[in-house]
Design a protein around this ligand. Structure first.
Ligand code: MRU
Length: 347
């Protein structure tokens, strides 16, 4: 199966390289990025997207900020790095991994006494985060694969695949690992309005790996569940608070339907997605621009006089979740995320 990284640090040019995801599936393009504003725009435009990939992007972003500020005295150097980190942190509010990646690199730099040492520490830590993310995805895959029947049809929403992570994927990591273990897995990929991550990215990734994938409109999911055509739902997460799973808008709808039809609803996410300090009400759900909903191709589908709401994420209450699959194992209700975070990593 394809194990290309989604984004990486290029030591020679001291820059970030990434797959430009808004162009897929029509064009596969690698972008070189050596500017903080450019990286912030890429994150806002979803050229780089998906919670774990945002964590890695935040980490590499701080490393890039450090490289760009090198040569200043330590105080001005750290001021510049903190300013750039704040720019990156403010790009997308819901996925907690972004701030997690940024803060981890900043913390690693702190004890260093010279900018040059801090730059080295930042790059080493960011690369460590990227490697760990891939290892987490493989561990999530192994734990999750054991939950799937030998022959099954799995519904997924948005893209929680290699493109949303360093590589391999969380929800799609579970599917990839199950297929590698010899299970017959068919995937139903919801298109995921309005930006079509399911249609454009999940279907592209799985088809490229030779995994059986069928794209449906989001509103077809309930119909298929009612017909008995779905054996399990597996999705990723952008943030897991004490009481809820935040993921792409539409996830809650699938969770309610799965619960009604007694279909297991699994959430696959690394521990960097957990936010034990907060509960659902504390989290900002990103709202995006009107054009994403109203315009398709060159046509406008909503009259100017109509209001539009474009929430990027929703919250699914924990009681609708059958299990959370993480790198340390499978958590079943009652899900206590404090307990989970105190477990030793098994990756
Ligand atoms: O707006 P996006 O494309 O960044 O949203 C991504 C999702 O909702 C994913 O399901 C989530 O980040 C988990 S990725 C492993």
């Amino acid at each position: 199966m394809n194990e290309t990284a989604t984004l990486w640090w290029d030591a020679e040019s001291t820059s970030i390289h990434y797959i430009e995801q808004t162009l897929l599936p029509n064009e596969y393009s690698i972008i070189k990025c050596r500017g903080i504003e450019k990286l912030a725009t890429a994150i806002r435009r979803l050229e780089i997207r998906g919670a774990p990939a945002l964590g890695v992007a935040g980490a590499y972003g701080v490393a890039l900020a450090a490289v760009l500020a090198d040569g200043k005295d330590l105080k001005s150097f750290m001021e510049a790095v903190n300013r750039d980190s704040d720019i990156l942190r403010s790009t997308r509010p819901t996925a907690i991994n972004l701030a997690w990646g940024i803060d981890r690199v900043l913390a690693a730099m702190k004890p260093e006494q010279t900018p040059a040492d801090a730059v080295t520490r930042a790059i080493v830590t960011a690369e460590e985060i990227a490697r760990e993310d891939t290892a987490c995805c493989h561990a999530i895959g192994r734990h999750g694969a054991a939950l799937l029947p030998d022959s099954c049809t799995v519904l997924t929403h948005c893209n929680a695949g290699a493109l949303a992570c360093s590589s391999w994927g969380t929800a799609l990591g579970v599917i990839r690992s199950a297929v590698n273990a010899g299970k017959q897995v068919k995937v139903i990929s919801c298109e995921t309005r309005p930006l079509l991550q399911g249609a454009r990215l999940t279907a592209w990734e799985l088809a490229r790996d030779g995994i059986d994938v069928t794209t449906i409109t989001d509103s077809t999911a309930a119909h298929l569940m009612r017909k008995g055509a779905i054996d399990a739902v597996v999705v990723g997460a952008d943030r897991i608070t004490r009481d809820a799973i935040f993921n792409k808008i539409g996830t809650y709808m699938h969770a309610v339907c799965a619960h009604h039809h007694k279909i297991p609803f699994y959430v696959a996410a690394p521990r960097s997605t957990f936010d034990p300090k907060n509960s659902e009400q504390d989290v900002i759900i990103e709202e995006r621009g009107r054009d994403e909903v109203t315009i398709m191709g060159s046509r406008t589908y909503v009259p100017e006089g109509a209001h539009v709401k474009n929430y990027a994420f929703d919250a699914t209450p924990m009681e609708l979740v059958t299990a959370v699959i993480t790198e340390t194992g499978v958590l079943r209700p009652p899900i206590d995320i404090h307990k989970l975070l105190s477990h030793q990593s098994t990756t």
